[in-house]
Design a protein around this ligand. Structure first.
Ligand code: ADP
Length: 200
């Protein structure tokens, strides 16, 4: 199976593009979904996180309070590193487990911080969703009800647009309307199907 790593900055349109691939019946495995699944109550990751940060990062129903966790690691780099050391291998395992159940010509692995983290070895291609920074700011600020400077700070902490494009095998330019976007996804879908058929 051909494995495509999909990435892009905040507000670039990753989720929207993943929805387009899903509507074409291409399987999408999302790192953010996997990250939520592995910290469900009863899962070992949650026990490890509470050992590290204390019971106070749990909500009253026993689930992880992600806001409190974010606050704890915000200004503490060593805590963030420890948290990542717990979560990253488990997220990867969870995604690989899902991948192993698939029977499809190709699959999309949506990994927002693909180029910021340690490089995965099992990707055949990297697909970057690109948009102008002004568009990222406008779209993400509107979606997340955040102010523009908050989004700018997130963008500044992420891989640069130039470096992301340099790492890409394929690029979707989400600089126009939604129709143009779904057209590009449909074209790439056909390309991936052809590539998968050639490789099989
Ligand atoms: P990401 O997952 O990369 O953060 P999203 O796919 O959630 O980005 O897109 C951010 C916001 O912008 C969403 O509200 C989405 O509906 C909107 N959006 C995405 N692409 C377009 C587009 N081409 N035109 C208008 N709005 C868009």
């Amino acid at each position: 199976m051909l494995i495509i790593g999909l990435t892009g900055g905040i507000g670039s349109g990753k989720t929207t593009v993943c929805n387009c691939f899903s509507s074409l019946n291409a399987p999408v495995i999302d790192a953010d979904v996997a990250a939520r699944e592995i910290v469900q109550p009863g899962k070992p990751a949650l026990t490890q996180i509470t050992t590290l940060f204390g019971q106070e990062i749990l909500a009253t129903d026993g689930t992880l309070d992600r806001g409190k966790l974010r606050d704890q690691i915000f200004s503490d780099k060593s805590s963030r590193k420890k948290l990542e050391a717990i979560l990253h291998p488990l997220i990867r395992q969870q995604m690989d487990k899902k991948l192993s159940t698939l029977n499809a010509p190709y699959a999309i692995l949506a990994i927002p911080l693909l180029l910021e983290g340690k490089r995965r070895e099992n990707l055949d291609r990297i697909l970057v969703i690109d948009a102008a920074e002004s568009q990222q700011i406008m779209r993400a600020a509107q979606r997340d009800h955040k102010n523009k400077s908050q989004i700018r700070a997130i963008i500044a902490a992420q891989c640069s647009r130039k470096d992301r494009l340099a790492a890409a095998d394929d690029v979707i330019y989400n600089t126009g309307g939604l129709e143009q976007l779904s057209h590009q996804v449909a074209e790439l879908h056909n390309f991936y199907l052809k590539l998968a058929a050639k490789n099989s």
